[in-house]
Design a protein around this ligand. Sequence first.
Ligand code: FAD
Ligand code: SIN
Length: 533
Amino acid sequence: MKVQSDFLVIGSGIAGLSFALQAAAHGTVALLAKRDIAETATNYAQGGIASVSSNEDSFDAHVQDTLVAGAGICHEDVVRLVVEEGPQVIANLIEWGVKFTRSTSGEAYDLTREGGHSQRRILHAADITGREIQRALVEAAHAHDNITIYENHAAIDLITESKVLKKKADQDRCLGAHVLDVKAGVVKTFTSRITLLASGGAGKVYLYTCNPDIASGDGVAMAYRAGATIANMEFMQFHPTTLFHPNARSFLISEAVRGEGAILKRRDGTAFMERYHHLKDLAPRDIVARAIDNEMKTHGDDCVYLDIRHRGAEYITSRFPNIYQTCLDYGIDMTKEMIPVVPAAHYLCGGVAVDKNAETDVKHLYAIGEVAFTGLHGANRLASNSLLEAAVYAGRAFHHAVEVLKGGGFHSYPIPEWDSGTATNSDEMVVVSQNWDEIRRFMSNYVGIVRSDKRLARAMRRIELIQDEIEEYYWNFIVTSDLIELRNIATVAQLIVTCAQMRKESRGLNYNIDHPDVDDVNWKRDTFVKKQF
Ligand code: FAD
Ligand code: SIN
């Protein structure tokens, strides 16, 4: 089956929906979601979206905070453009129906603070900012005639000119994607003039993550296989504070809780962040996560604790209603007890390399949101800059793509449908679950917050072995969503380890005990990987 559209948008989070809502005025949009439309990282965002909006704040201050968090390798021109375009994208979100929390007087928006921010500049909707953004954008998309939504449709691979013509071009172009209709079990061919990757992050490469299940790095893996350049994959951000509870599946305790005064403590009530950074509990995230990791290892503890009891029950329950209720559901009353927390994989700072128009080096293929590497985050993302980046680049991709569309010159040859060859139904799902579990476990143990050359080499040896197994399995059996994700997490794991092995220094989120110092002479730059055909 074939589906044709002007714009193929792979992803239904803030990135994909913001792009689709703008592009739909200029052409037809096919918008894919791997599960249901609201199952996105966007939907789970808590803290908020950073943008300068008060008189005490300035673009320069937001730029400076981003650069400091990024540990010397943010692209300053990109940082400035994202910060300066912030107010416009906030206005767009409000126009699409997002209701941010207002201050008690009701005149202005309430601004919260998070680690690394020198000012209160984060707009939020209580502690469920992402849910509110997702709600508003989904409603707006449903109301648009030009947007067709395909839920439970998982993109398998991008279709490129070189694949179709079976010959290598100097510059390849993207013609759409092969997509598994998960419920029907059939592979469809989506052709498009413009293809946009907005497929989110890759937290599922690790055993402990606060990411939803959709975050298996599919966009990075597909773009890599299609020949696009991938950058800075070693910078996986670990959020310092996810709930430590056997049944909680790494529920996030927002950094805004620390922004509003919570203090990190050991079990015996000793606060420890003062020994690690002058900003204490509001130091940049890489520093806080490493400090917690060190405290847990030094004292042999399973977790540390977050203490906000001093803010009083009334404030806590009205400012953090979702976090309060979720903790309570797990038997922890945060108004009376400290919250047990541990770090978990949270955000991929690297991704598919794009220019300022969000274009990759494969023509007609764009990438925005967490899947993309723009140069904004450097070696460590500043809190609440992710939703902002996604919304800013949605606008930039849209403006550029519409011009490209007007310019014409698109392909006109037939595109073959998916060929399953002699593949049969697999009766060995254990291979998938075993490999899936193994990758996530060794990535957590060997390629986590603290790395070493030996651990990276061990991880690489295992990935290579598993990759061979997966490739053989992949071509022999009929494709399923589990198999698609397994293949992608293996590729992403390999890319993370490759980049971590290249970077022979410790900077931001990449801490390697064999190269413990920052090496500005050789490594004040990005790492790039490209598939060799
Ligand atoms: P997502 O919102 O993750 O959407 C990805 C979409 O791609 C989904 O629709 C998915 O189904 C689809 N998809 C993936 N693969 C495929 C495929 N193969 N085929 C078809 N569709 C596919 N950032 C902030 O700035 N502020 C915060 O307060 C904040 N809090 C966070 C809290 C949590 C718990 C988490 C997990 C993240 C948080 N972040 C926050 C990060 C931020 O939420 C994400 O980086 C951002 O929402 C990513 O948006 P996106 O549109 O790029 O991807
Ligand atoms: C949080 O609320 O702590 C997450 C913020 C972010 O990741 O930007």
